[in-house]
Design a protein around this ligand. Structure first.
Ligand code: HEM
Length: 418
C-alpha cells in the first residue's frame, strides 16, 4: 500500500540504489562509498526491491529511533490485512515462534514489562561486577592463541569468548557453544534483505531445535534453581503470572543470539580497522588512547549491524519532510548514519581517539541495545588483552566479509603475533 512518491524516488535515484546491491561482492567488501553517494543525494528513498524506505542521514535515523509513531512490529495495533501486509509464511513458523516474544519484536506495554525484568540484569553496575571473570576468560583464550603465534581472532577467540560470557550469565552450559553458534548463525540469516529459501528452511529448522533446547534449560532450572538469568526469569513466572513460558523462551533465545553475533563482529571489524591503520593501533598499544575510548570508534567506523527496520503505525508521518504512508516499512541505515559528515567531523577517518559515543551502533529510544554495557565491557577487555599479550599483532591474510549486509562481519580474521 501507499505508493506515493515511489516512482519518483526510484527513478531519480535508480543508479544509486542499483549500486546498493547486497548480492554484489564489491558492495559487501566496501558499502561505504555507495552509502555516502546515496546519503549525499537524499535523506530518504523508497527501494522498490524490498518495499522499504531507506533513511540515510544521522539526524533522521536518530529521530526515527525515538519516534513512537514507528514500531518494531504492528501486530499490537493492526491485523496483517488491515495494513495490507501478507500473513506470515507458515513454512517459517518455528522462526516466527522464536521471535514472537523477543524484546526486539515487541512494543509497549509488553515490551515495557519484559524489558524492565531483563534490564535489572544488565545495569552497568551488575555488568561491571562480571569484569574479573570476563578478564579471566579473555586471558585464557588469548593466551592459547598467542602461544600458537597464528590464529583466527573470530573462531579461536571472539566466538568462544562471547559465548562463554553470555552462557555464564544465562546459566547455559558452555560446552554447548558449538551447537548454539550453529543455530544462531542459521537463524540470523532471516534478518538479511534477500534470503534464499534453502537458508530459510535451515533457519526454521534451527529455530525449532533451539526452542526445544531452551525449554529443556528452563525445565532444568525449575528442578535446580541457581543464580543465573534463566533461573531468575523462571522464578518470576512461577511467582506470578507476568511472564509466560513462550516469553521466557524468546527472551533467552534473543539474548543468546544478540549476545554474541554483534559483539564478535564488532571486535573483528574493529581490529581489522586498527590493523589497517597501524598508527591508530600504536596509539592504543602505547597507552595514548584507552581501549574504552577506542572501541567506540571501532563500532562507529564499521558497524556490525547496518540496518534496522520499523513500521509506520500512524497516518501523517513525515521523515525528512517526505510523507511516508501508514503500513510502510522504513529501514534505518546505521552504517550510513555513523559516517554522516553532518554529524561526524571527517567521518571516513578511523580515529581511535574520537571516543564519540553518540554513534547509532547500539540504536536509540526504547529499543536501545540492552546489552550495550556488556558489549562495551567485552570489547574493552578484549582490546586490553590484545594490547597486553599481542601488541605486535599483524594481519596474516586479507580478511573477507561474509556475504551478508544487515549483519556485517568477517569470515575470519587471521592474525600473526611476532
Ligand atoms: C557490539 C555489540 C552489540 C551491538 C552493536 C548491538 C546493537 C544493537 C542494536 C542496534 C539494537 C537496537 C535494535 C533496534 O533499534 O531495532 C540492539 C538491541 C538489543 N540488543 Fe544489542 N548489540 C550488541 C550487543 C548485545 C549484547 C551483548 C546483548 C545481550 C547480551 C544484546 C542484546 C540486545 C537486546 C535484547 C536488544 C533488544 C532490546 C529491545 O528491543 O528492547 N546486544 N542491539
Amino acid at each position: 500500500m501507499g505508493t506515493t512518491g515511489q516512482t519518483d524516488g526510484m527513478g531519480q535515484f535508480a543508479d544509486l540504489l542499483g549500486a546498493l546491491d547486497v548480492t554484489d561482492p564489491g558492495f559487501i567488501a566496501d558499502p561505504y562509498q555507495v552509502l555516502a553517494a546515496l546519503r549525499d543525494a537524499t535523506p530518504i528513498v523508497h527501494d522498490e526491491r524490498t518495499d522499504q524506505w531507506l533513511i540515510t542521514r544521522y539526524a533522521d535515523v536518530h529521530e526515527a529511533l525515538r519516534d513512537r509513531r514507528l514500531g518494531r512490529s504492528y501486530s499490537h495495533r493492526y491485523t496483517h490485512a488491515e495494513l495490507g501486509r501478507p500473513d506470515p509464511d507458515p513454512r517459517w513458523s518455528n522462526f516466527h515462534e522464536h521471535e514472537r516474544w523477543s524484546l526486539l519484536s515487541l512494543e509497549p506495554p509488553d515490551h515495557t514489562r519484559l524489558r524492565r525484568l531483563v534490564t535489572k540484569v544488565f545495569t552497568p553496575r551488575a555488568v561491571e561486577a562480571l569484569r574479573p571473570s570476563i578478564e579471566q576468560v579473555a586471558a585464557e583464550l588469548l593466551g592459547e592463541c598467542v602461544e600458537r603465534r597464528r590464529f583466527d581472532l573470530i573462531a579461536d577467540y571472539a566466538q568462544p569468548f562471547s559465548m562463554a560470557v553470555i552462557c555464564a550469565m544465562l546459566g547455559v552450559p558452555r560446552g554447548d557453544t558449538r551447537q548454539l553458534l550453529d543455530w544462531s548463525h542459521a537463524i540470523v540469516k532471516m534478518y538479511e534483505l534477500a534470503t534464499p529459501d534453502d537458508m530459510k528452511v535451515a533457519a526454521d529448522r534451527a529455530a525449532g531445535e533451539f526452542i526445544a533446547y531452551t525449554r529443556d534449560v528452563m525445565r532444568a532450572k525449575r528442578r535446580r534453581p541457581d543464580t543465573s538469568l534463566v533461573s531468575a526469569l523462571v522464578a518470576v513466572e512461577d511467582e506470578g503470572d507476568c511472564l509466560s513460558d513462550a516469553e521466557i523462551t524468546s527472551t533467552v533465545m534473543v539474548l543468546l543470539e544478540a549476545g554474541h553475533e554483534a559483539t564478535v563482529n564488532s571486535l573483528a571489524n574493529g581490529m581489522r580497522a586498527m590493523l589497517l591503520h597501524p598508527d591508530e593501533w600504536a596509539r592504543v598499544t602505547s597507552g595514548a588512547v584507552t581501549p574504552r575510548t577506542a572501541i567506540e570508534e571501532m563500532i562507529r567506523w564499521d558497524a556490525p549491524l547496518q540496518l534496522f527496520e520499523r513500521w509506520v503505525l500512524e497516518p501523517g508521518v513525515e521523515i525528512a519532510s517526505t510523507a511516508v504512508p501508514i503500513g510502510a516499512e522504513v529501514a534505518m541505515l546505521f552504517g550510513s548514519a555513523n559516517r554522516d559528515p553532518r554529524r561526524f567531523v571527517d567521518p571516513t577517518r578511523f580515529d581511535a581517539a574520537r571516543g564519540d559515543t553518540a554513534h547509532v551502533g547500539f540504536g536509540g529510544g526504547i529499543h536501545f541495545c540492552i546489552g550495550a554495557p556488556l558489549a562495551r565491557l567485552e570489547l574493552e577487555v578484549s582490546v586490553a588483552a590484545l594490547v597486553e599479550r599481542a601488541a605486535t599483532v599483524e594481519l596474516a591474510a586479507t580478511p573477507r566479509y561474509q556475504p551478508t549486509f544487515v549483519l556485517r562481519g568477517l569470515e575470519a580474521l587471521h592474525l600473526a603475533v611476532e
